[in-house]
Structures are given as C-alpha cells and as structure tokens.
Design a protein around this ligand. Structure first.
Ligand code: PDD
Length: 297
C-alpha cells in the first residue's frame, strides 16, 4: 500500500479534502473497498476552476451535478455539496485552484443492481493548487490525433467510467500529442477525450449538437455566449473526419484547459497550420471574461 506521506509528496502542495463534510488532508481520506464507485465506477464527478479564490461558473457546475445525480438516481444533497465546496475552497487558502467533486452510490455488498435500501452516497471534494499544463500549447497551437470513440452510450452523464477516455488520452500522449479527438464508426468527431471540440469554417463556429454521445460542457456554453458577444455565428453541426482538410480552424475547450487552439491533426496542418483569427478572438474574449470575473465583488 502507498503510504499517505507518498500521496502527499505527489503534489507540490497537498490538496485539502472534504470527505462527507469532514475537512482533512487528501492523503488522510479513507474509503471502503465496498464503495460502489471503487467496485463499479458507480459515481459521478465534476471539475470546477477557481480564479482569485472564487469558483468560476459555479451555478452552471452545480446545475450539472444536480442533473447527473438525477440521471443516476443518486440521493445526494446538492445544498450540502455546495456548502462543502465553498468551505473547502476558503479553508484551503488556494487562490488559483481546481476543485474535484466525486459522488458515489456509497458502500453496500457487491450486487450489480442498485442496493435496496439505498446506501448513503459518499461525497469527496478536494481543492488543489492549479498548475496550467496547457500554456505552452496555447501559444504554439496543439497537435492532436483521431482515435475511435470506444465509450459507452451515455456520455452526457459525467460518470467516473473513463477507461475509454484514458485509452484515447494515452494514445495521444504516446504520439506526442496534447489530446485525442474521438471519432464514431461513421467518422463523425464527437469531442475530445476530456474536452469539447469546435471547428471554424468561413468564420462560422461549428460544434456537435448536445446528445447522449457528448458531455454538455460548461465551457462549451460559455463559448456560445462569447460568440454572441463577438458577433460570431455559431452552428451546432458535427464535424466529419473527412472535412478536416477543408476546415479553417479547430479548437478544444474544457474547464481547466480553457481554450486550446489545435493546429495539427494526425500530423496534417489545419488551415495554414497557424492559430487562426477566430480562435485568437475567442481566446482573447475568454481571457477578458475571466478578468472581469476576477474583479467582480
Ligand atoms: N473534462 N468532454 C469531455 C469528455 C470531458 O471530460 C470534458 C471535461 C469536457 C469539457 O467539459 P467542461 O467544459 O464542463 O469542463 C468535454 C474534465 C475537465 C475532466 O475530466 O477533468
């Protein structure tokens, strides 16, 4: 078994956790091997970015947690989760941070069906200092690869069943790429292994319509709003792999990634292989939006 002090050493500064309402260092959290999150991946999660000590797009993330709890019939209390998130952020003292929230169906003897009576859900929250691992790509543009989408058919639920996403991400990493684009059997590109996908064609921003095959990204919604502010037309249209040589620009979005311009796919340039004007405009609008949020009281 890994000693708690080893876990603490994995982080430059140890994250502060909240386990069912009790605050403690992350390395001291203990969970039963009969927890259904451990046995079945019977759990949902959420990731929130903290800027200047404040959770960004907090209400949108809370709404998504609530929708996921309902889709999974998980009887956890959103009001407590919200309070624990707020208290853990402020107790952590981290100003630039990310919050990880994980709700499992709880502990019960191992049966596939949901236990009756339902166990009490286990709620883990931890707040970690944020280190931006994408800044190098944000300036140069990222290279990505296309891999088959091998996930289950309810990708709209933010469940912790992420094995196919991990495989895709590892394939990208082995090829020196920042992210993997997921392609269905017909060649349609749904999203990234951990991000939403956008294209630009003739100055129109394109992204896949919401459905059970993609996660309804919180950052995706913000991009829709920023497109309106920038008077950019946005259309919900899935990009096909065969269209990549005609597309002008590509970019990815996610909570911790923000906006990541993509300049190469499978070693082929997108457009002229440089970060395009629409991507630059949206990166700029995103930064301004965050600055405004930082300065709000
Ligand atoms: N990933 N699609 C997938 C499959 C994702 O895993 C994510 C986020 C997104 C973007 O969603 P949002 O804008 O709400 O962050 C889209 C998170 C950050 C993660 O797994 O760490």
């Amino acid at each position: 078994m890994i000693h708690p002090s080893e876990i603490a050493k994995m982080f430059e500064q140890e994250p502060l956790a909240c386990w069912n309402g009790e605050r403690l260092p992350l390395s001291e959290v203990r969970v039963s091997v009969l927890d259904r999150g451990f046995l079945f991946g019977d759990a949902i999660y959420e990731v929130i970015r903290v800027y200047s000590g404040k959770p960004f797009l907090f209400q949108d993330h809370l709404n998504r947690i609530q929708r996921n709890l309902e889709k999974m019939s998980l009887p956890a209390d959103l009001g407590s989760i919200q309070r624990w998130i707020e208290e853990t952020i402020s107790a952590s003292g981290f100003v630039e941070a990310s919050v990880y929230i994980h709700v499992t169906r709880g502990v019960a003897p191992r049966t596939h069906r949901f236990p009756d009576p339902p166990p009490t859900p286990n709620v883990l929250i931890y707040v970690a200092a944020f280190h931006d691992s994408y800044s190098q790509f944000r300036h140069s543009g990222a290279s990505v690869v296309v891999v088959p989408d091998q996930r289950w058919k309810r990708c709209d639920i933010k469940s912790v069943n992420l094995l196919a996403n991990c495989f895709a991400s590892e394939m990208a990493h082995q090829q020196g790429c920042a992210e993997a684009l997921l392609s269905d059997d017909s060649g349609k590109l749904s999203e990234g292994s951990r991000s939403s996908l956008f294209g630009v064609k003739d100055s129109v921003v394109l992204t896949a319509p919401l459905g059970e095959n993609i996660l309804p990204g919180i950052t995706r919604r913000l991009i829709q709003q920023l497109c309106e502010e920038c008077q950019l037309e946005m259309r919900e249209e899935t990009i096909h792999q065969s269209q990549l040589d005609e597309i002008d620009e590509l970019f990815l979005t996610a909570t911790t990634m923000e906006i990541l311009p993509v300049t190469r796919v499978d070693d082929q340039p997108i457009g002229d292989g440089q970060i395009g004007p629409v991507s630059r405009q949206l990166v700029d609008a995103y930064q301004k939006h965050i600055e405004r949020f930082r300065n709000e009281t």
